[in-house]
Design a protein around this ligand. Structure first.
Ligand code: SIN
Length: 275
């Protein structure tokens, strides 16, 4: 097995593991790599939807997306489609998946089906390092506090993206989570707020909460905390959604990335209640 680190902060590209091998032994190797590198990538993995599902089920029960309709044949798989003429794509800001749920996603397995010749890379940021490197005054202010996360309603997930179909749910969900959570497997502290869904720090006036959140969001996006993956077709990314954030870059500009379709198959695994 060959493990190529993607940056000094997180992420590794793994060679020598076949994702068609859905045995428990192979899963254990993959989970160990995931906990160590937080996001892992595999290229040239021509796996079927069933194989992707079987691998995902080793991590735990699967999660259906709150707002987006799954594939007709495999409802647990959300097909993320960016049509050729679209400039924007799903997931195009820093976020951790469904942090507005009572139990936000544990991990995601994303497989690339169709990739533009350029554009549409995905970035990841290490939230364990984000906590470690955060300004001490901010740490003191927030360390025992919770924050409100909002789902922003169904329109946010489908209205701007032609390829994404609503499942008919338009309710908005709001939940509170500790700002600093402990990873249930590694016991490491993680900074668990994100630019897209976190709206307010509980116990602070709105102005102070806004100011602190703005500083945290800027800190979380520091480039030295990130890695970036250039997709090729039939690649697979697995990320630990408890300890990373991600950002699907919409750099589809005329004459370069615009004019091509981007298609991904996403399976999410249910998480636990952050504490
Ligand atoms: C997502 O935010 O889950 C989508 C990531 C991607 O398409 O690269």
């Amino acid at each position: 097995m060959d493990v190529k680190l993607l940056s000094g902060a997180l992420g590794a590209e793994i060679n020598g593991i076949d994702l068609k091998d859905t045995s428990i032994e192979n899963f254990k190797k993959i989970n160990k790599l995931l906990l160590e590198h937080k996001v892992i990538f595999f290229r040239n993995q021509n796996i079927t939807a069933e194989e992707q599902l079987t691998l995902a089920k080793h991590f735990g029960p699967l999660e259906k997306h709150v707002y987006v309709k799954g594939r007709e044949d495999y409802p647990e798989i959300v097909r993320i489609i960016k049509k050729p003429h679209e400039k924007n794509q799903w997931g195009e800001n820093w976020h951790s998946d469904v942090s507005y749920n009572v139990k936000p996603t544990k991990a995601v397995i994303l497989r690339s089906i169709k990739i533009p010749p350029v554009g549409g890379d995905t970035m990841f940021a290490n939230m364990e390092l984000a906590w470690e490197t955060l300004d001490n005054n901010i740490k003191e202010k927030i360390k025992d506090k919770k924050a409100v996360h909002s789902s922003l309603g169904g329109a946010f997930f489908t209205d701007e993206y032609e390829g994404m179909e609503s499942n008919g749910n338009h309710k908005e969900y709001t939940n509170q989570h500790p700002i600093v959570r402990t990873h249930p497997e590694t016991r490491k502290k993680i900074l668990f707020v994100n630019w897209t869904y976190t709206k307010k720090i509980i116990g602070l006036e709105k102005k102070e909460s806004d100011e602190i959140l703005e500083k945290i969001f800027e800190h979380q996006a520091r480039l030295d905390l990130t890695c970036r993956f250039r997709w090729t077709e039939n690649a697979v990314a697995i990320w630990d959604n408890r300890s990373v954030q991600h950002y699907a870059i919409s750099d589809f500009f005329p004459g370069r990335g615009l004019g091509y379709e981007r298609i991904m198959d996403r399976i999410a695994i249910e998480g636990d209640r952050p504490n």
